[in-house]
Design a protein around this ligand. Sequence first.
Ligand code: 7PM
Length: 287
Amino acid sequence: MSLAQVIDRARRGEGPLVMGIVNVTPDSFSDGGHFLDPKKALEQARRLSAEGADILDVGGESTRPGSEPVTLEAELERVIPVIQAIVAELPTPVSVDTSKPEVMARAVKAGASMINDVNALRADGAMEAVAEAGVPVCLMHMQGEPGSMQKNPEYQDVVRDIKSFFLERILACEFAGIRRENLVLDPGFGFGKTLEHNLELLRRLGEFADLDRPLLVGLSRKSMLGRLTGQEDPEKRLAASLAAAVLAAERSAAIIRVHDVAPTVDAMAVTRAVARPDPGATIADDE
Ligand code: 7PM
């Protein structure tokens, strides 16, 4: 299935769709992280695809808060071969998790069908790269910069502030020639938000429905879930992640970005079966 079809399914309320996270990390057996392990990433992609992922999100860690900045060359070297290998072998559409316009362009040429940008195309040239590529793009909200964003996040009203941010980005994207139909929005859980901000965002997620764009949410294994459960090891946050995924799905999330695809696919099957056929009705009930 093409990504356009996947997004269409999400928009028809047949979702939520499950996006599986494929990390392209430096090979831990080699020095300095120069030698990569594209095989490991491909194996992970194969597994997540078999587990029922609707999209595979390939990232070279450059957008991770707290991780070392990655040079353009290093990021290309990490993600492009993995995208090529996945596209050649697997039927699952690929998105690329990057903020760099050159990586966006090269990834799409290598077969990626979506861009996932935690910086919402605010880098110089990023909007032009996406307009030129003509693919869907996820605009994620982040307050501040990855290095310092958790210092003192402040909002007047976390939902209203993020909605205004989205409205501004939507207009900027359209002005740059990106079709509105190609935009997916993500409130950016954990990116410049306190625990209370994150909880309020999830509680009020239904209020984003009037922007009329599919919502993507990433809550999987995040530290807010660690704080709520006392689970310090991210790998022990599966149950919390599933609860969060169900809550987001009930509040009209269209795409759920996760590490643990198989359990999330099952949780979404139950959520979907119980949900009313008209997604609008679910939204109205949230008020
Ligand atoms: C350390 C801190 C490692 C945070 C990894 C992360 C999102 C994303 C990420 C999200 C979208 C993670 C994050 N989070 N892209 N990329 N939405 N669209 O938990 O929430 O994967 S990186």
